[in-house]
Design a protein around this ligand. Structure first.
Ligand code: MOS
Length: 734
């Protein structure tokens, strides 16, 4: 059952509209609707705010401003992840970035709330803010660490001497723009007061974090707050923490003692939710004439909000990617008065590999070597920075298998030499690498007397297929048909997980479920072999096999449902869990990553420079795959996002005001179906026994890693033009 292309178990509910998302939830009573008013300056303070014109508008029930919100908790920086910290909202007159919430208008209908929001009268004292990344790079500073506690700077050997002595050098700077996660489901919340308690239907990736953040902001004990989020319409990092919509819905619901719904409009998401920092990256590669790297340097500078620090781990996978005796990485932040940096799909690895894998292509060109061979030549035997062995590294296999399947030998050695009518055709390759993280997740599995297994965790399914893979894992571990497994997720009363993020959801939660099943099996075996009424009585449980809803030992068997009905009619349950990676010995002893290789063919119109993707193949290695279909969907989605990063996505800020001018999907471009031909993703068979008992590593973010660089390298091969300023738009080729 594990690994099969099982269709999503929640698919029928979703396509029939039976799976409610946060804004569609109904919990008794007629909900009111809130609409957020955003600041129209980028920095400064509110000098006067008059809600009365809005309060007089039809249907308006409440206007919240910083003058009438309750006292709020503050961000506790001793909590290691931002997602669990308080999220004070409307807590002060200062404006710290354009579009920040300055009021919430609550009315009987959404339209009334939105119309009245325009009537809130706000006067500001604007100050000159820093909105221009390029202009303020001299103010860079070293943060204490990057997200997940990763180090900002690392070094091995002597980069300076190694690079100086290298026969062939690449020294280039690459820039990546502000990027946004735009999930299909907007950020939305329905808050419902039940006496002193509050049920919060929130669009979130991590139930426990939403719970902690809301409790800390409201200064309430956690027992009063119940998070419910059975279905989430995509997150991509943007729902790891809750934002203004949830905090303000909660305030309003408590003040009015009525259910309140607040959703962000698509335009509001661009300012009220964080974004991927813009980056400037210098990559230096020093190699011998044979292409072997002797020195590798990756320096990253990126923006951060001045008040909420965020350091994306952009140079961290560079630390494990290629062999080079002399190497260093370095990260600096430039404080600006723009929305905070937040995790956007494959934080760090996605923009970092755009730079490093472009630079590797430049090195291949400088050495005169095939770029696949160059990467294979620089394959390290151990983690080149930490010196520890790799747990399971199949990068070379991905490169070779991809080259074979793609027909890489047809790539023209010389750029701009292959034509197909008006199209200049080029091939590009890139490696993919992504860290494997583990968090503390718990799951409970109960077997009922009717032979049904119920899996419970506060884990989320953000569209990735969690319900499905957990059903598969429990079915296999208990020897039940998958229809006999029911998975319950997304409620704060259930055993705590770390949710969906960092590609760790599948690995964490399936391991926790598997361990719960192991412990459940043990309980059942002790019960059955110790029960005189069981045909297994007195047998040695060591050789027991669970299949077809029964336990088999030797030639005898007993049905699970009968074991339970006879001995524990209320059902048998067990819990399983994982621990934080810091407590997991394999994390110190091994370098654990997932890998891949992207192959791209593009056409560039010789007259207009229009760039079209023609073919794309990714070959990946991520240990054992839990469901071939959901894995492939994740990988293809990531690859398409990589195409967008290479060719389309670009958040453009008005550097006079701090407002993003690309604040809808007409101006902030992402690939559409017409941009993407048939593409394919293949996953190599694998089992990483150092990762977890299932041998499975997450792959949600692996698909985007390196994908954009393969497109960029194909554009170079097609045209002979190297664009280092992403995205590669046609004006940069003319
Ligand atoms: Mo992911 S950007 O860590 O949800």
């Amino acid at each position: 059952m594990i690994g099969r292309s099982l269709n999503r178990v929640d698919g029928p509910l979703k396509v029939t509209g039976g799976a409610p998302y946060a804004y569609e939830q109904w919990d008794g009573g007629q909900p009111l609707y809130g609409f957020i008013v955003g600041a129209t300056i980028g920095k400064g303070r509110i000098t006067r705010i008059d809600p009365s014109p809005a309060e007089r508008a039809p249907g308006v029930r409440l206007v919240l401003t910083h003058l009438n919100t309750p006292v709020q908790g503050t961000r506790d920086e001793s909590i290691p992840f931002e997602y669990w910290r308080a999220y004070p909202t409307l807590s002060r007159p200062e404006v710290r970035h354009y579009g920040e919430a300055v009021a919430l208008v609550v009315a009987t209908t959404f339209e009334q709330a939105r119309a009245a929001a325009a009537l809130v009268d706000v006067e500001y004292a604007a100050e000159a803010g820093h909105f221009d990344f390029a202009a303020h790079q001299d103010q860079e500073y070293a943060p204490k660490h990057l997200i997940v506690g990763l180090r900002t700077d690392t070094a091995v050997g002597d980069f300076g001497d190694g690079f100086d002595a290298a026969a062939i050098k690449v020294d280039q700077r690459y820039t990546t723009p502000y990027e946004f996660s735009q999930a299909l489901e907007p950020h939305a919340c329905l808050a419902v007061p039940h006496g002193e308690d509050l049920t919060v239907y929130a669009a979130t990736q991590i139930v426990d974090a939403a719970h902690a953040s809301i409790a800390a902001t409201l200064r309430l004990t956690g027992e009063r707050i119940h998070i419910v989020t059975p279905y989430v319409g995509g997150g991509f990092g943007s729902k790891l923490r809750i934002h203004a919509e949830a905090i303000l819905a909660v305030f309003a619901a408590r003040a009015l003692r009525q259910p309140v719904k607040v959703a962000l409009t698509r335009q509001q998401i661009f300012h009220l939710v964080g974004l991927r920092p813009t980056s400037s990256q210098r990559v230096r590669l020093g190699a011998g004439p044979d292409g072997r790297l002797v020195a590798l340097g990756h320096e990253v500078t990126m923006h951060t909000n001045r008040h909420i620090e965020y350091g994306e781990p952009t140079a961290t996978s560079t630390r494990s990617l290629y062999a080079a005796p002399h190497r260093f990485t370095r990260t600096r932040l430039v404080p600006l008065d723009l929305p905070q940096g937040e995790d956007v799909r494959a934080p760090g690895d996605a923009p970092g590999l755009l730079a490093v894998e472009s630079a590797m292509d430049e090195l291949a060109d400088a050495v005169g070597m095939d770029p696949v061979e160059l990467r294979i030549r620089n394959e390290p035997e151990r983690d080149p920075e930490r010196g520890v062995p790799f747990s399971d590294r199949q990068l070379v296999d991905c490169l070779r298998e991809g080259a074979r399947r793609f027909g890489w030998e047809r790539r023209p050695d010389k750029p701009a030499t292959l034509r197909d009518g008006p199209w200049l055709v080029g091939y590009g390759v890139s490696a993919a690498i992504r860290g494997h993280f583990q968090g503390a997740a718990t799951a409970r599995v109960r077997l009922d007397a009717d032979g049904t297994a119920v899996v419970q965790s506060d884990m989320t399914d953000i569209g990735t297929g969690t319900y499905t893979i957990l059903s598969q894992v429990a079915a296999e571990a208990l020897g039940l048909p998958v229809e006999r497994v029911r998975v319950e997720l997304g409620r704060s009363e259930l055993p705590v997980s770390v949710g969906s993020g960092g590609s760790w959801g599948a690995g964490n939660s399936s391991t926790a479920v598997y361990r719960a099943c192991e412990s459940l099996r043990e309980k059942l075996l002790i019960t059955a072999t110790g029960d005189a009424r069981s045909s297994l009585h007195g047998l040695d449980p060591a050789g027991a096999v669970f299949s077809d809803g029964s336990v088999h030992i030797g030639g005898r068997s007993d049905a699970l449902s009968e074991i339970i009905a006879r001995t524990q009619p209320e059902g048998v349950e067990a819990e399983g869990s994982t621990v934080w990676m810091m407590e997991e010995p394999n994390y110190a002893a091994y370098s654990i990553h997932t890998y891949g290789a992207h192959f791209v063919e593009v056409g560039v119109d010789a007259y207009t420079a229009e760039i079209r993707l023609r073919r794309m193949l990714g070959v990946f290695s991520a240990g054992r795959v839990l469901n071939a279909k959901t894995a492939r969907s994740q990988l293809i989605g990531g690859m398409i996002w990589g195409v967008g990063a290479a060719l389309e996505e670009e958040g453009v800020v008005d550097t006079r005001t701090g407002a993003f001018v690309t604040r809808d999907l007409a101006n902030y471009l992402v690939p559409v179906h017409a941009d993407i031909p048939e593409i394919d993703a293949v996953v190599l068979d694998g089992f990483d026994d150092k990762a977890n008992v299932l041998g499975a590593k997450g792959l949600g973010e692996l698909g985007i890693c390196g994908a954009g660089a393969a497109v960029a390298n194909a554009v170079f091969n097609a045209t002979g033009i190297r664009v280092r300023d992403f995205p590669i738009t046609l004006d940069k080729l003319l």
